[in-house]
Design a protein around this ligand. Structure first.
Ligand code: ADP
Ligand code: MG
Length: 694
């Protein structure tokens, strides 16, 4: 970009609406737009023409390949590239891309996690074009966003169920809106994900096996200066970081991502990027792209981007704030209070639906943020606790309390004239003092789910939010259909719901000990770790929910849960082995070498009659700690050799109860040694090097 005009580059690498319009015949363009906006099936003859236009456009922009871009359950994206070449009879090639190639691909699915689906079903899978998310160009390939399913139709990815959950919320919300006399074409869920990350010098990172292999530091003593000064949040951006951020923005804009906000975060070397919100499906694709671009561009600047939830112990970790809302295709935001009492009744009903959904399914929602990395964050006084609750803010809470107390609702001849909630529009302005310790906070026209981890795909999270809210809206519609006074009945239902679910509302300090006790009294689940939380994804209630809303079949719930458990176990497995390797091959030899340096020094002093009592003390302490280090290594070795492998959930509990404590103990000893061993002897960069030398 030569000047500051973003409009000149925005979306230049996207096969977006203006490009479609310019390159497709009118009738083809129209039917493609219909598919995009109304979800109508696309004819293969239309796909044929679209494929050809896409290919010509991509070739003009330097592409030689295309790829079906999909989102397997690893939480990452996957791609296999095929060139456009097609041999001819005279032994030359032409460039071709058929409608069939656009619509369907057949990657070998056997190496992607399937949670046992593979044993039961055909190993192969296929990818299917998602026309609702635009194709784009990256690194000389045409990227086609796709769903990924097995040959028997079971989903193997995060996109397909997300699309299904969008349908579920659309169906359910329209049923409720119809009762209010509204018939929008569609109800859409929106997400704006705020993404936190750390930057580290690439050369430093490459010297640390833990960062290289696991994305987080498994050792490291607390630096002299941590985040106590609060001088980094919104602080001045360093020049090198600024150059990186500029390139990230430009790359994202070219890809049509609405990158909007960037700033320094609380911890040193921690930053955030946030786009303007879009539909959940697009937002999910764009967040995946954002994570890729952050990694790629960091490399250009000699940096490495850490997306791990907890790269450094004792320093805030990184999350992803999932701002979620629903709105109609006519532009009405359903979680935004209106100006008239009857508009507010509809708002209160939707608000009640979210409150009930989160309370009824708080365990399932908790599971969506259960990962090995996020276990370090939740409840560690830097991110929300593992207890799910909702923050409504003082203003809205006052309104809800008033309604619960039966005040302020007036009807005349059956017509609602006043709800006592006329002040609701002010709520939008009442968001500045919002509570950062709440996992699920109402922020004026949306809910901000603050528990997700930085590295997570937002797919899994929003599948669940959409599904549980859809379920509650269906229950509401069941109860209200046939009502002859919809405003009165809706308001009564909303008030009843507020009363029944008041335990989930908490406006206080979510980081406090008192809240943990209070939540227990209220009967709210506190699922501290991933192995404890995951089984709640496959309860009878959860299986029925997903089946009813047509988001997951029972077997898909089972397998998804299994995959999440395996992911936790694999993460712990690699962390455990990396820790042992670093301790045995790097830390222990460093300690022995340094101890020898000290004892040699003592011996040479003794030889000339000098006494060195303090140095002797140090040598003794070093020896004792080094012995302790070896003991801790043996203990972790022993734990590692007894990991059960029959059942993934049993393995998970073993990692939590036996391996993690042994890892923590080893770390404590090694970190203590780091503080007394000479810096020149320590085998890898320290926290100060990693956090401040950028
Ligand atoms: P803060 O850091 O104060 O939470 P930001 O402006 O950094 O706020 O991020 C807020 C995010 O919420 C942005 O991505 C924004 O586009 C998104 N957002 C705003 N309104 C909505 C809405 N109605 N639905 C979903 N996301 C929204
Ligand atoms: Mg922000």
């Amino acid at each position: 970009m030569i000047n500051g005009d973003v409009t000149s580059i925005f979306g230049e690498n996207v096969f977006n609406i203006p490009t479609m319009k310019a390159r497709l015949p009118k009738d083809i363009y129209r039917s493609l737009i219909k598919t995009i906006s109304d979800g109508e099936r696309l004819d293969i003859s239309v796909a044929e023409v679209v494929a050809n236009a896409m290919k010509d456009w991509a070739i003009e922009k330097g592409c030689t390949h295309y790829t079906h871009w999909f989102q397997p359950m690893t939480g990452l994206t996957a791609e296999k590239h095929d060139s456009f070449i097609q041999p001819t009879e005279d032994k030359t090639v032409i460039m071709e891309f058929s409608g069939k190639e656009l619509v369907m691909g057949e990657p070998d699915a056997s190496s992607f996690p399937s949670g046992g689906l593979r044993a039961t079903f055909e190993a192969r899978g296929y990818t299917a074009w998602d026309p609702t998310s635009f194709a784009f160009i990256k690194d000389h390939s045409l990227y086609i966003p796709t769903s990924f399913v097995s040959y028997t139709g079971e989903v193997l990815d995060k996109k397909t169920p997300l699309l299904r959950s969008e349908k579920a919320i659309d169906r359910a919300a329209r049923r409720v809106l119809e009762l209010f006399g509204k018939e929008p074409k569609r109800v859409i869920s929106y997400v704006g994900p705020e993404q936190e990350y750390f930057l580290v010098d690439k050369k430093m990172r490459n010297k640390r096996k833990d960062l290289l292999l696991t994305g987080r530091t498994l050792f490291g003593a607390k630096p002299a200066k941590g985040q106590e000064m609060d001088d980094h949040y919104f602080g001045q951006i360093k020049e090198r970081v600024g150059a990186f951020m500029k390139e990230v923005d430009e790359e994202l804009w070219k890809l049509g991502v609405l990158a909007k906000t960037k700033h320094n975060e609380v911890a040193p070397a921690q930053h955030e990027i946030a786009p303007i919100f879009s539909t959940t499906n697009i937002s999910n694709d764009h967040n995946q792209l954002t994570m890729e671009v952050l990694k790629k561009v960091a490399d250009h600047h000699g940096l490495y981007c850490l997306l791990h939830e907890k790269p450094y112990e004792g320093i805030n970790g990184s999350g992803k704030h999932n701002n979620w809302s629903i709105g109609t295709s006519d532009g009405e935001l359903l979680l935004k209070p209106g100006k008239k009492p009857e508009h507010n009744v509809q708002f209160l009903l939707f608000l009640a639906a979210v409150i009930k959904a989160v309370d009824d399914y708080s365990d399932v929602l908790r599971v969506t943020v259960a990962t090995a990395g996020n276990d370090h964050r939740l409840g560690a006084h830097e991110a929300p606790p593992a207890i799910i609750s909702i923050y409504l803010g003082d203003h809205l809470t006052a309104v809800v309390d008033q309604l619960k107390a039966g005040k302020g609702v007036k009807y005349e001849e059956g017509v609602l004239i006043e709800t006592g909630v006329e002040a609701l529009p002010d709520i939008e302005r009442d968001t500045t003092d919002r509570n950062r310790t709440s996992p699920f906070a109402f922020t004026g026209n949306r809910f901000e789910f603050r528990a997700p981890g930085s590295r997570q795909s937002i797919g899994g999270i929003n599948i669940v939010i959409n599904t549980i809210v859809a379920e509650t809206l269906c229950e509401f519609a069941d109860q209200l259909e046939g009502s002859i006074n919809i405003h009165k009945d809706s308001l009564e239902l909303a008030i009843k719901t507020f009363k029944e679910h008041e335990r989930i509302i908490f406006n206080g300090n979510g980081y406090s000990e008192e809240w943990v006790k209070e939540a227990e009294k209220r009967g709210l689940p506190n699922l501290m770790t991933t192995p404890e939380a995951l089984p709640y994804f496959k309860t009878k209630k959860s299986i029925e929910l997903f089946a009813k809303q047509e988001v997951f079949t029972p077997i898909e719930v089972e397998t998804r849960c299994e995959i999440m458990m395996e992911d936790y176990n694999n993460t712990l497995h690699f962390e455990m082995l990396t820790m042992l390797e670093m301790a045995k091959q790097e830390i222990l030899p460093a300690c022995l070498k340094y101890t020898k340096f000290v004892t040699d020094d003592i011996a040479s002093k003794k030889a000339i009659g000098l006494d060195a009592p303090k140095e002797l003390e140090k040598a003794k302490r070093l020896t004792a700690l080094t012995e302790e280090l070896m003991e801790r290594i043996d203990e972790l070795d022993a734990a590692a050799s007894a990991v059960p492998s029959e059942d993934a959930f049993e393995t998970g509990m073993y990692y939590k109860d036996t391996v993690i404590p042994a890892m923590k103990a080893l770390r404590v000893t090694a970190d203590t040694l780091e503080t007394i061993v000479g810096k020149d002897y320590w085998p890898f960069p320290t926290y100060t090097d990693l956090l401040y030398l950028i």
